[in-house]
Design a protein around this ligand. Structure first.
Ligand code: COA
Length: 259
Protein backbone atom coordinates (compact mmCIF):
# COMPACT_ATOMS: atom_id res chain seq x y z
CA UNK A 1 0.00 0.00 0.00
CA UNK A 2 1.22 3.54 -0.67
CA UNK A 3 0.58 6.56 1.48
CA UNK A 4 0.58 10.15 0.24
CA UNK A 5 1.77 11.65 3.54
CA UNK A 6 3.95 8.87 4.93
CA UNK A 7 7.29 7.41 3.93
CA UNK A 8 7.75 3.79 4.89
CA UNK A 9 10.74 1.47 5.08
CA UNK A 10 10.67 -2.12 6.31
CA UNK A 11 14.03 -3.45 7.47
CA UNK A 12 14.62 -6.61 9.51
CA UNK A 13 11.04 -6.63 10.85
CA UNK A 14 11.08 -2.93 11.83
CA UNK A 15 8.72 -0.68 9.89
CA UNK A 16 9.84 2.95 10.02
CA UNK A 17 7.02 5.39 9.31
CA UNK A 18 8.08 8.96 8.56
CA UNK A 19 5.35 11.58 8.58
CA UNK A 20 6.29 13.53 5.51
CA UNK A 21 5.05 17.14 5.45
CA UNK A 22 8.30 18.86 6.45
CA UNK A 23 7.27 22.21 4.92
CA UNK A 24 4.33 22.22 7.39
CA UNK A 25 6.28 20.81 10.33
CA UNK A 26 4.58 17.45 9.63
CA UNK A 27 1.27 18.84 10.93
CA UNK A 28 -1.52 16.27 11.13
CA UNK A 29 -4.08 17.05 8.45
CA UNK A 30 -6.96 14.85 7.27
CA UNK A 31 -4.73 13.00 4.82
CA UNK A 32 -2.18 12.12 7.52
CA UNK A 33 -4.96 10.76 9.73
CA UNK A 34 -6.34 8.67 6.84
CA UNK A 35 -2.87 7.31 6.11
CA UNK A 36 -2.17 6.58 9.78
CA UNK A 37 -5.47 4.75 10.11
CA UNK A 38 -4.74 2.65 7.02
CA UNK A 39 -1.17 1.87 7.98
CA UNK A 40 -2.24 0.58 11.40
CA UNK A 41 -4.44 -1.93 9.59
CA UNK A 42 -1.44 -2.93 7.49
CA UNK A 43 0.78 -3.24 10.59
CA UNK A 44 -1.79 -5.48 12.27
CA UNK A 45 -2.08 -7.80 9.27
CA UNK A 46 1.43 -7.86 7.77
CA UNK A 47 3.40 -10.67 9.40
CA UNK A 48 6.68 -9.21 8.15
CA UNK A 49 6.17 -6.21 10.46
CA UNK A 50 7.29 -7.06 13.99
CA UNK A 51 7.58 -3.54 15.38
CA UNK A 52 7.25 0.06 14.29
CA UNK A 53 9.03 3.40 14.61
CA UNK A 54 7.14 6.64 14.01
CA UNK A 55 9.23 9.73 13.28
CA UNK A 56 8.98 13.00 11.36
CA UNK A 57 10.58 14.17 8.13
CA UNK A 58 13.22 16.87 8.22
CA UNK A 59 15.39 18.05 11.08
CA UNK A 60 13.00 20.44 12.84
CA UNK A 61 9.81 18.63 13.71
CA UNK A 62 8.42 15.29 14.75
CA UNK A 63 4.90 16.69 14.39
CA UNK A 64 3.99 20.30 15.28
CA UNK A 65 0.37 19.49 15.99
CA UNK A 66 -2.94 19.23 14.24
CA UNK A 67 -3.04 21.22 11.00
CA UNK A 68 -4.35 24.55 12.27
CA UNK A 69 -5.32 25.64 8.74
CA UNK A 70 -8.07 22.98 8.76
CA UNK A 71 -9.63 24.48 11.91
CA UNK A 72 -10.94 27.66 10.25
CA UNK A 73 -14.17 26.20 8.91
CA UNK A 74 -15.00 23.84 11.76
CA UNK A 75 -18.04 24.31 14.00
CA UNK A 76 -18.60 22.65 17.37
CA UNK A 77 -19.96 19.41 15.92
CA UNK A 78 -17.15 19.18 13.35
CA UNK A 79 -14.63 19.66 16.15
CA UNK A 80 -16.21 16.89 18.21
CA UNK A 81 -16.08 14.57 15.19
CA UNK A 82 -12.42 15.49 14.62
CA UNK A 83 -11.53 14.72 18.23
CA UNK A 84 -13.40 11.40 18.10
CA UNK A 85 -11.55 10.40 14.93
CA UNK A 86 -8.16 11.48 16.29
CA UNK A 87 -8.75 9.68 19.57
CA UNK A 88 -9.89 6.51 17.77
CA UNK A 89 -6.78 6.41 15.59
CA UNK A 90 -4.42 7.12 18.49
CA UNK A 91 -6.18 4.42 20.54
CA UNK A 92 -5.53 1.99 17.68
CA UNK A 93 -1.82 2.86 17.97
CA UNK A 94 -1.86 2.45 21.76
CA UNK A 95 -3.70 -0.88 21.54
CA UNK A 96 -1.72 -2.27 18.62
CA UNK A 97 -0.37 -5.69 19.65
CA UNK A 98 2.97 -4.90 17.97
CA UNK A 99 5.33 -2.38 19.64
CA UNK A 100 5.09 1.14 18.22
CA UNK A 101 7.81 3.53 19.38
CA UNK A 102 8.04 7.27 18.75
CA UNK A 103 11.45 8.59 17.68
CA UNK A 104 10.88 12.26 18.43
CA UNK A 105 13.27 14.22 16.23
CA UNK A 106 12.17 17.82 16.89
CA UNK A 107 8.99 19.66 17.86
CA UNK A 108 6.31 17.35 19.28
CA UNK A 109 3.57 19.86 19.94
CA UNK A 110 -0.16 19.49 20.41
CA UNK A 111 -1.28 16.52 18.31
CA UNK A 112 2.39 15.65 17.82
CA UNK A 113 2.93 15.24 21.55
CA UNK A 114 -0.37 13.33 21.67
CA UNK A 115 0.79 11.02 18.87
CA UNK A 116 4.09 10.39 20.66
CA UNK A 117 2.22 9.66 23.89
CA UNK A 118 -0.07 7.16 22.12
CA UNK A 119 3.02 5.17 21.13
CA UNK A 120 4.17 2.47 23.56
CA UNK A 121 7.26 4.45 24.54
CA UNK A 122 9.41 7.29 23.26
CA UNK A 123 12.99 8.23 22.48
CA UNK A 124 13.92 11.83 21.71
CA UNK A 125 16.82 13.62 20.11
CA UNK A 126 18.40 16.37 22.18
CA UNK A 127 16.84 19.07 19.96
CA UNK A 128 13.29 17.81 20.62
CA UNK A 129 10.70 19.98 22.31
CA UNK A 130 7.46 18.74 23.81
CA UNK A 131 4.31 20.65 24.71
CA UNK A 132 0.58 21.06 24.52
CA UNK A 133 0.31 24.70 23.40
CA UNK A 134 -3.40 24.56 22.51
CA UNK A 135 -4.38 27.21 25.08
CA UNK A 136 -2.39 29.67 22.97
CA UNK A 137 -5.08 29.10 20.33
CA UNK A 138 -8.02 29.20 22.73
CA UNK A 139 -8.23 25.43 22.49
CA UNK A 140 -7.56 22.35 24.53
CA UNK A 141 -5.99 19.09 23.30
CA UNK A 142 -8.46 16.80 21.55
CA UNK A 143 -6.55 13.62 20.76
CA UNK A 144 -6.11 12.28 24.28
CA UNK A 145 -3.46 14.74 25.50
CA UNK A 146 -5.18 15.74 28.73
CA UNK A 147 -5.42 12.07 29.70
CA UNK A 148 -2.14 10.53 28.54
CA UNK A 149 0.00 13.44 29.79
CA UNK A 150 -1.44 12.94 33.28
CA UNK A 151 -0.81 9.18 33.06
CA UNK A 152 2.79 9.71 31.97
CA UNK A 153 4.00 12.63 34.12
CA UNK A 154 1.38 13.06 36.87
CA UNK A 155 -1.44 15.51 37.45
CA UNK A 156 0.44 18.51 38.81
CA UNK A 157 3.09 18.86 36.10
CA UNK A 158 0.64 17.87 33.36
CA UNK A 159 -1.81 20.55 34.43
CA UNK A 160 0.97 23.14 34.54
CA UNK A 161 2.11 22.30 31.02
CA UNK A 162 -1.45 22.17 29.65
CA UNK A 163 -2.57 25.51 31.06
CA UNK A 164 0.69 27.43 30.59
CA UNK A 165 1.51 26.14 27.07
CA UNK A 166 5.14 25.95 28.18
CA UNK A 167 7.38 23.69 26.11
CA UNK A 168 9.91 21.35 27.69
CA UNK A 169 13.14 20.08 26.19
CA UNK A 170 14.16 16.46 25.72
CA UNK A 171 16.14 16.22 28.97
CA UNK A 172 13.26 17.55 31.05
CA UNK A 173 10.93 15.17 29.19
CA UNK A 174 13.23 12.34 30.25
CA UNK A 175 13.32 13.51 33.87
CA UNK A 176 9.52 13.55 33.87
CA UNK A 177 9.23 10.06 32.37
CA UNK A 178 7.80 11.25 29.07
CA UNK A 179 10.73 9.79 27.12
CA UNK A 180 12.93 6.82 27.95
CA UNK A 181 16.18 7.96 26.29
CA UNK A 182 17.70 11.11 24.83
CA UNK A 183 20.10 10.76 21.89
CA UNK A 184 21.80 13.00 19.39
CA UNK A 185 19.75 13.75 16.26
CA UNK A 186 22.18 11.64 14.23
CA UNK A 187 21.82 8.53 16.39
CA UNK A 188 18.09 8.70 17.21
CA UNK A 189 16.88 6.13 14.68
CA UNK A 190 19.86 3.84 15.21
CA UNK A 191 19.30 3.81 19.01
CA UNK A 192 15.58 3.19 18.54
CA UNK A 193 16.31 0.29 16.18
CA UNK A 194 18.76 -1.22 18.69
CA UNK A 195 15.97 -1.44 21.28
CA UNK A 196 13.51 -2.88 18.77
CA UNK A 197 16.08 -5.42 17.55
CA UNK A 198 16.13 -6.79 21.11
CA UNK A 199 12.34 -6.69 21.44
CA UNK A 200 11.92 -8.43 18.08
CA UNK A 201 13.74 -11.51 19.41
CA UNK A 202 10.99 -12.03 22.03
CA UNK A 203 7.74 -13.98 21.68
CA UNK A 204 5.24 -11.81 19.76
CA UNK A 205 2.14 -13.08 21.58
CA UNK A 206 3.82 -12.49 24.94
CA UNK A 207 4.68 -8.94 23.83
CA UNK A 208 1.04 -8.43 22.82
CA UNK A 209 -0.06 -9.77 26.21
CA UNK A 210 2.20 -7.30 28.03
CA UNK A 211 0.89 -4.38 25.96
CA UNK A 212 -2.72 -5.37 26.64
CA UNK A 213 -2.15 -5.82 30.38
CA UNK A 214 -0.23 -2.53 30.71
CA UNK A 215 -2.92 -0.63 28.80
CA UNK A 216 -5.57 -2.08 31.09
CA UNK A 217 -4.04 -0.04 33.95
CA UNK A 218 -5.57 3.01 32.28
CA UNK A 219 -8.90 1.41 31.33
CA UNK A 220 -11.45 1.79 34.09
CA UNK A 221 -13.82 -0.67 32.43
CA UNK A 222 -11.52 -3.64 33.05
CA UNK A 223 -9.61 -5.03 36.03
CA UNK A 224 -5.94 -5.06 35.03
CA UNK A 225 -5.14 -7.91 37.41
CA UNK A 226 -7.84 -10.01 35.72
CA UNK A 227 -6.40 -9.11 32.30
CA UNK A 228 -2.97 -10.22 33.53
CA UNK A 229 -4.37 -13.54 34.78
CA UNK A 230 -6.11 -14.14 31.47
CA UNK A 231 -3.04 -13.23 29.36
CA UNK A 232 -0.82 -15.37 31.61
CA UNK A 233 -3.16 -18.29 30.94
CA UNK A 234 -3.26 -17.57 27.21
CA UNK A 235 0.54 -17.63 27.09
CA UNK A 236 0.53 -21.21 28.38
CA UNK A 237 -1.52 -22.24 25.35
CA UNK A 238 1.06 -20.94 22.88
CA UNK A 239 3.73 -22.82 20.98
CA UNK A 240 6.19 -20.03 21.81
CA UNK A 241 5.76 -20.60 25.56
CA UNK A 242 6.66 -24.27 25.09
CA UNK A 243 9.59 -23.27 22.89
CA UNK A 244 10.80 -20.59 25.36
CA UNK A 245 10.68 -22.84 28.43
CA UNK A 246 12.13 -25.86 26.58
CA UNK A 247 14.95 -23.75 25.12
CA UNK A 248 15.79 -22.47 28.63
CA UNK A 249 15.94 -25.99 30.02
CA UNK A 250 18.01 -27.16 27.03
CA UNK A 251 20.35 -24.17 27.49
CA UNK A 252 19.80 -22.86 23.97
CA UNK A 253 18.29 -19.74 22.41
CA UNK A 254 14.55 -19.98 21.70
CA UNK A 255 13.20 -19.75 18.17
CA UNK A 256 9.88 -17.95 18.44
CA UNK A 257 7.41 -18.22 15.60
CA UNK A 258 4.59 -16.07 16.89
CA UNK A 259 2.27 -19.01 17.44
N1 COA B 1 -0.58 23.50 11.55
C1 COA B 1 -0.43 24.01 10.32
N2 COA B 1 0.71 24.53 9.85
C2 COA B 1 1.76 24.51 10.69
C3 COA B 1 1.69 24.00 11.99
C4 COA B 1 0.45 23.47 12.42
N3 COA B 1 0.28 22.95 13.64
N4 COA B 1 2.89 24.16 12.58
C5 COA B 1 3.69 24.73 11.67
N5 COA B 1 3.01 24.95 10.53
C6 COA B 1 3.50 25.56 9.29
C7 COA B 1 3.64 27.07 9.41
O1 COA B 1 2.39 27.70 9.20
C8 COA B 1 4.63 27.35 8.31
O2 COA B 1 3.95 27.29 7.08
P1 COA B 1 4.29 28.40 5.91
O3 COA B 1 5.76 28.22 5.61
O4 COA B 1 3.40 27.99 4.78
O5 COA B 1 3.99 29.72 6.51
C9 COA B 1 5.55 26.15 8.38
O6 COA B 1 4.81 25.11 9.03
C10 COA B 1 6.82 26.40 9.16
O7 COA B 1 6.43 26.85 10.46
P2 COA B 1 7.03 28.17 11.13
O8 COA B 1 6.08 28.60 12.20
O9 COA B 1 7.39 29.17 10.08
O10 COA B 1 8.39 27.58 11.76
P3 COA B 1 9.16 28.09 13.06
O11 COA B 1 10.44 27.34 13.09
O12 COA B 1 9.20 29.56 13.12
O13 COA B 1 8.24 27.59 14.31
C11 COA B 1 6.87 26.04 15.54
C12 COA B 1 8.02 26.22 14.55
C13 COA B 1 6.59 24.54 15.63
C14 COA B 1 7.27 26.57 16.93
C15 COA B 1 5.63 26.82 15.06
O14 COA B 1 5.37 26.44 13.71
C16 COA B 1 4.38 26.56 15.86
O15 COA B 1 4.21 27.08 16.93
N6 COA B 1 3.46 25.72 15.30
C17 COA B 1 2.16 25.48 15.89
C18 COA B 1 2.25 24.62 17.12
C19 COA B 1 0.88 24.42 17.74
O16 COA B 1 0.24 25.34 18.21
N7 COA B 1 0.43 23.17 17.73
C20 COA B 1 -0.84 22.79 18.27
C21 COA B 1 -1.87 22.78 17.22
S1 COA B 1 -3.48 22.39 17.86
Amino acid sequence: MTYSTLLTALDNGILTITINRPDKMNALNKDVFTDLNNIITEIESNEAVKSVIITGAGSKAFVAGADISEFETLDKNDAIALAVRGQDIFARIENCPKPIVAAVNGFALGGGCELAMACHFRLASDNAKFGQPEVNLGLIPGYGGTQRLVHLIGKGKATELLISAQLIDANEAKQLGLVNYVTTPETLLEETRKILDIINTKAPLAIAGCIKAVNSVYNETVDGYEVEISEFGNAFATHDMKEGTTAFLEKRKPKFTGG
